[in-house]
Design a protein around this ligand. Sequence first.
Ligand code: GLN
Length: 555
Amino acid sequence: MMQATTPSKGHPKGLYVLFTTEMWERFNFYGMRALLVLFLANSLRMGETDSNLIYGGFLGLCYLTPMLGGYVADKFLGNRMCIQLGGLTMALGQLLLFTSASIFGENLQLATTIMWVALGTIILGNGFFKPNISSMVGQLYPKAQKTKLDSAFTIFYMGINIGALLGQYICPWLGDKEPGGVRDLTAFRWGFLAAGVAMMLGVIVFLFLKNKYVITPEGQPIGGKPDPNVVHEGEAAQAKFSTNSIVIAIAALVGLTCFFHFIADQNMVYAIIYASGLTLAGLILSDQSLTKVETQRILVLYIVAFFVIFFWAAFEQAGSSLTFIADNQTDTRIFGWPMPPSMVQIFNGLFVIIFAFPFSWLWLRLSQKGIEPISPVKQAMGLALIALGYLIIAFAVKDLGTSGKMGVVWLVILYLLHTWGELCLSPIGLSLVAKLAPTRFASLLMGVWFLGNAAGYALTGTLGALLPPTGDKYEKAAEKSIDLAGVLNKTVQPTADQLKFLSENKIPIDFPVFAGFQITTLFEFFMVFVILCGAAAVVLYALTPFLKKMMHGVR
Ligand code: GLN
């Protein structure tokens, strides 16, 4: 007979099985991600701009497909099957990347085609894996123990980041080689292969340990096929969408995609992400079996997911504008050692690993004392912390001008505050989905939650483009005796020759504009995030009394 796995103290063993599985999967995802743009730009000769665009679209789509994976799990296959399928699919995607990276020298066109298929395969696999593993964490805990969820997800989140950190070290170590200062274009494949092996390890861990540990206290398997005969207390067993609402949803999807693409001027991938989020949100609410309490709880989830978009849009600058700033206007020496600029963001993963347990402990202590803030308050704290991070760095760069360099310590402080914010917001958000979602929608609503992230990624691109020219652009222009400040401020008229030089070197001649304001300095750029996230924090906090009512007892 199987033993119960949900002790009244501590966490069930199943949590650590899910932790390890997710750790290997994130190793695979982030390890590949670290190499992807370099591989595209250098080996497949796609250029930096196109590689960045592909990267943004790829990430956005990775967080779009979870709604599909969530739907299939809730309606047909169950979480377990979807996790295994998703894991195998991602491993296959890595093998395809390995193939592409092995043959590009002989047949560039075939290698490029295989790369597209590989990315599509990974996007699909991630969609099946990600929402299902996250929603299973919630299902490990019986109703009476739902108070442990914030702490459980914080531990799970640590698994995510240990995997990410390992992947971001090992895959570049194997795949990004520059012997004698010249990049070895054929080495990338070993990084992709390592990512594929890591994913297989995750699948194997899950395959062999799930029956023993990922079970209810009564020993029943969690995440099996949805069974219409098993009814959870006060809930219907399965999602029921009428044909009518499905037809309306499809029409809305097409209509909204056209709106975002043609009227709001978003690129097609971004338009599809925004439109799918809204459509799916509406479709779930049209389900006839929802009770009033369930509907209100789902609405809370939507409201919080909306605010979280601003968090990710600010947070994910790490991979774009903040990396450029680290590269161009930062002295990255740490105790004399010049840290590669692309490595500065590693502080995020490192801080998650250091602080995940203390945060998890903090929530438990506060809840024992009965003073733990409710979830939306934690989300508002997350937004406030990210705003604070940007505020500090804004003042650190205020007097830098266009030629000064800031100390890397300011970026480290920024990542520290951003990580604290992330720990208040991201695992807590996953846990909130687990607490608020009716069981029959658990994975689908996890998909909606990730769609909020996808929208955040899309907004990241738009906001990152507001970065004003950094010091290196001024220097480059000065080499040709061009007064870039004068050109940007329209006090100097560049000659045709100078214009050609500026455009060839991708140096802009206009400052970026946001909501009618010109962004002329890094200070102003950072203040955009302070204002956006600060305002989002204040509004979300002001809404919390209403949200609390609509949550009906869930915290
Ligand atoms: N870094 C976390 C993960 O990979 C969160 C990413 C996100 O939710 N956007 O799961």
